[in-house]
Design a protein around this ligand. Structure first.
Ligand code: NAD
Length: 499
């Protein structure tokens, strides 16, 4: 397999973008086809405003058809019942194909949703790493023999769930996809992927690669389209046994309702966040911490579920710290995402852009102190610079709601108890960070934080071995690690009475 060279300069990426062609049809039953209705939607480059392509807009009819195909594929056993080592070989081949085509996959995500190309390449490493990890894990997962008496034998077997529908967002299009489909496929399920309508292109390229890797007909299908049409239809489908969702808390709540209205399918949710990042006065090297605190919110234009959007700073160092943070933010300005030097790219679309600017306006109206940014950049492209509000309180909308953009809210605190109470004063519980040199304090505070993950003296650390997910209204599922693999299989207890 030949690996294509990864472009390195701005000009290289521009040239590659200019010559790129891509698939826009749905992938059903191992074929690319238009939506049943013939309808399409435009996918738009948020930097140039150009329509990149007209993509198949699937609806309930397409969902029904894909559901039946997925069920047949599951029941025929060509994937679901083969030895795990066979699935491993195919998924490792898929990982190889993703690696060989990673520049193209990264570019599709960047063109589709505006994230910097370097960040898209980072996502590819995460997506490919996940595919490899889950492929390698599946033939190492044992069933159990229960500790019964000698007059019986009880086996606890693991079996795939059936048909899994993965519904994913646009902020890390291919990486979120891989976090869902890799464990679901490895466990032997048939998977129907619904990418976001804002970033469907890399998922369609992945379908081609999956077919080339040898994933059997009907085991992996991709239905582009809108949430309220094809997404809702999948969620209500009697053919779907499990919904694996990443997206907003509001839509997550709807999916649980749809599951209740249909077949009580399992619903794994990875939802939104408003994550607290706590800086204690005893932390070392304030400049370095300030840089990481800025990066925690401005990385990927703030369009990150675990963005460190609430910065809680001990009041004794707050003035100095915020000055250092503003200096660090200066180096994180947005620019053309095809330029490898751009720290931030463009906001995904006009709706999101307007929503972020509305939050900024409300922050000013509510009396927070605007210390940086606050206005869209003039000229082409949906760019918003790093925006920092100080003196934010828990009553303000910008201090409570997920902005999902490059907007930081700074709060002050005086005691550990205050910091813990402020950090936990949120409907969300996805991530939290704390910076301190005092190990007793670190452990005391960490145990009390209501959060699926806590980053100590870093932000966003983790790898494939570590589960990723939230508590409270940030969701109930876990991506990555063997814990996510376990979510995609069921336990079957088999009891033998021995004579
Ligand atoms: P969203 O909830 O609007 O959409 C997510 C997906 O759900 C899309 O594919 C969309 O088409 C689909 N959808 C929308 N309405 C639906 C419906 N009624 N039925 C079925 N499907 C429907 O979220 P988004 O704007 O794409 O992404 C941003 C959100 O995702 C943020 O809240 C962010 O925090 C969250 N997110 C969470 C994680 C995590 O791991 N916890 C990771 C990335 C993003």
């Amino acid at each position: 397999m030949t690996r294509k060279r990864t472009p390195s300069t701005y000009a290289d990426w521009q040239a590659m973008a200019a010559s790129l062609s891509f698939e826009t049809r749905a992938f059903v039953d191992d074929k690319f086809i238009g939506a049943d209705s013939g309808e399409t939607f435009a996918t738009v480059n948020p930097v140039t405003g150009e329509t990149l392509g007209q993509v198949a807009s699937c609806n309930a009819v397409d969902a029904e058809r894909a559901g039946k195909v997925a069920r047949e594929a599951f029941e025929c056993g060509e994937w679901s019942r083969v030895a795990p080592v066979k699935r491993k070989q195919v998924l490792l081949k898929l990982a190889e194909l993703m690696e060989a085509n990673k520049s193209e996959l990264a570019l599709l995500d960047t063109l589709d949703m505006g994230k910097p190309i370097q960040s898209s390449l980072g996502d590819m490493a995460g997506a490919i790493g996940c595919m490899r990890y889950q492929a390698e894990s599946i033939d190492k997962l044992y069933g159990e023999v229960a500790p019964t008496g000698e007059d019986s034998l009880a086996l606890v077997l693991r079996e795939p769930l059936g048909v899994v529908a993965s519904i994913v967002p646009w902020n890390f299009p291919l990486m979120m996809t891989s976090w869902k489909i890799a464990p679901a496929l490895a466990a032997g399920n048939s998977v129907i992927l619904k990418p976001s309508e804002k970033s469907p292109l890399s998922a369609l390229r992945l379908a081609e690669l999956a077919s080339e890797a040898g994933i059997p007909r009907g085991v992996f299908q991709v239905l582009p389209g809108f949430g309220h049409t094809v997404g809702k239809a999948l969620a209500l489908s009697m053919e779907v046994d499990c919904l694996a969702f990443t997206g907003s808390t509001g839509v997550g709540k709807l999916l649980m309702q749809y599951a209740g209205q249909s077949n009580l399918k399992r619903v794994y949710l990875e939802c939104g966040g408003k994550s607290p990042n706590i800086v204690f006065a005893d932390c070392k090297d304030l400049e370095r911490v300030a840089y990481h605190a800025a990066e925690a919110i401005f990385h990927n234009q703030g369009e990150v579920c675990i963005a460190g959007s609430r910065l809680l700073v001990e009041n004794s160092i707050r003035t100095t710290f915020v000055d250092k943070l503003l200096a660090a933010s200066e180096s994180m300005q947005p620019g053309d995402p095809l330029n490898p030097d751009s720290f931030m790219g463009a906001i995904v679309d006009e709706t999101q852009h307007k929503g972020i600017l509305d939050y900024i306006r409300r922050g000013v109206e509510e009396g927070a102190t605007l210390r940086a940014g606050g206005k869209a950049l003039d000229g082409n492209g949906l760019f918003i610079p790093p925006t920092v509000f100080d003196d934010v309180t828990d009553k303000m909308v910008i201090g409570r709601e997920e902005v999902f953009g490059p907007v930081l809210s700074v709060f002050g605190f005086d005691t550990d108890e205050q910091a813990i109470a402020m950090a936990n004063d949120s409907d969300y519980g996805l991530a939290a960070g704390l910076w301190s040199q005092d190990i007793d304090r670190i452990m005391r505070v960490t145990r009390r934080l209501e959060s699926g993950q806590v980053f100590v003296n870093n932000w966003a650390g983790g790898d494939q071995t570590v589960p990723f997910g939230g508590v409270k209204q940030s969701g109930n599922g876990r991506d990555k690690s063997h814990h996510s693999l376990e979510e995609y299989s069921d336990l079957k207890s088999v009891w033998f009475s021995l004579a």
